[in-house]
Ligand binder design. Structure first.
Ligand code: UD1
Length: 366
């Protein structure tokens, strides 16, 4: 029998960074029984270590629907996800589709919803790198312009959206959901023993993650990054949890010779990864979310990218950009060794109240 809920929301997840944002929402949802959440997993990420582990750790319930979309081609996978989501939204008769961040699953959710005329709410709206080489930037722009509720994580979000002609009435500054998940997880992270298990010494290693298409798809660029990291490893140990996509590229391009310079790990669970970061001397990454998590934790972050869509991590956090043109060992080490300004900064609405603010906005829809 169909219960009389006041609002039916389809929450779309699919790739690793979506799961950390879904967790606080689904915890908060228990306090709002009049809102029905249907969790839909596109299976963009399908390895246990890229997906299920986060459900287990963060207490995310088993998805109501798994789409199991598979394809080796970017746009085919995107199209299949959007088609399968459209079908699911039709069948579920939801009132609102909620999408998170900037992954291909986020875009597929917004396209599938628009195909059936459903409203879209976008969590982490308005972030911009203005770099169209990144699929994530295209996803951000398209999803924002298909959304009627734009939930921003930092102040720059509203400025970008207004400049693009989005009505300010659609934009709500609610804060950073990923940071709420981090705050919720701190007790479990504290108990985690990965640092001693891997025989690492506090503040005597750097954590590195590289997976972005613009850094790993071109052998010249990937070679340059790996060579620089090898040089860094002559000064400080590098611990590298390897994304399966990056591992594949390293093998395909014949770059496995570099791996002996690093402590390579499989992708880690959330608690282990954050514990590793918290005890490190610094992080070298091209991830989006890690720029935010390090800023919150007061851990130095070197971002191997020309730009960031999260400027607050540069102005109020611990992040510094290292564009490829002048990427060098000395400047990376100088930022890691610079002990100034490493306090956890207080960035507005990067707190434990984000999911509640989102639910307050959802309540205004009925
Ligand atoms: C995706 C997101 C990115 C996010 C990252 C985190 C997009 C456009 N990008 O990038 O924003 O930072 O996730 O992890 O959505 N693969 C596996 N096993 C998996 C998942 C992926 O082997 O469980 C392989 C895929 O088959 C593919 C490659 O890794 O060949 C890249 O995966 P894809 O989902 O295209 O993008 P990510 O690099 O993971």
């Amino acid at each position: 029998m169909r219960r009389n809920y006041k609002l039916r929301v389809a929450l779309v997840v699919g790739a690793r960074p979506n799961f950390m944002k879904a967790a606080p929402l689904l915890i908060q949802a228990k306090k709002f029984p009049e809102i029905k959440f249907t969790l839909i997993h596109t299976d963009q990420h399908y390895d246990y270590k890229m997906s299920k582990v986060f459900f287990d750790e963060l207490g995310i319930p088993e998805p109501d629907i798994h789409l199991g979309v598979k394809s080796d081609f970017h746009s085919e996978k995107l199209g299949r996800m959007a088609k399968a989501l459209e079908k699911a939204f039709r069948e579920q008769k939801t009132d609102l589709v909620m999408v998170l961040g900037d992954t291909n699953s986020t875009l597929a959710g917004a396209i599938g919803a628009s195909a059936v005329g459903q409203k879209v709410a976008h969590v982490e709206a308005g972030l911009r790198s203005y770099d169209r080489r990144m699929p994530e930037e295209i996803n951000r722009v398209v999803v924002d312009h298909l959304s009627c509720l734009l939930l921003t994580s930092e102040k720059s979000g509203e400025e970008h959206l207004v400049a693009e002609g989005v009505s300010p009435t659609k934009i709500k500054f609610v804060g950073n959901l990923m940071i709420e998940n981090l705050i919720n997880s701190l007790p479990k992270i504290k108990q985690c023993e990965i640092v001693s298990q891997k025989k690492l010494l506090n503040k005597e290693y750097v954590v590195t993650t590289i997976h972005r298409q613009e850094n790993v798809d071109d052998p010249k660029i990937l070679n340059r990054i790996l060579k620089t990291l090898k040089d860094v490893s002559m000064n400080i140990k590098i611990v590298m949890p390897l994304h399966p996509g990056t591992r594949k590229k390293i093998i395909d391009f014949g770059f496995t010779k570099y791996l002996k310079y690093f402590t390579c790990l499989d992708p880690l669970g959330y608690f282990e990864f954050i514990k590793l970061v918290k005890c490190s001397a610094g992080v070298i990454t091209d991830s989006g979310g890690i720029q935010e998590e390090t800023s919150y934790l007061g851990i130095t972050c070197c971002t191997i990218r020309d730009n960031t869509e999260r400027p607050v991590t540069l102005t109020q956090g611990t992040n510094k950009l290292f564009p490829l043109v002048n990427l060098n060992t000395e400047s990376l080490l100088a930022h890691i060794n610079n002990k100034n300004g490493r306090k956890s900064p207080l960035i507005p609405f990067w707190d434990a109240g984000v999911s509640l603010r989102i639910f307050n906005e959802l309540q205004k829809l009925y």
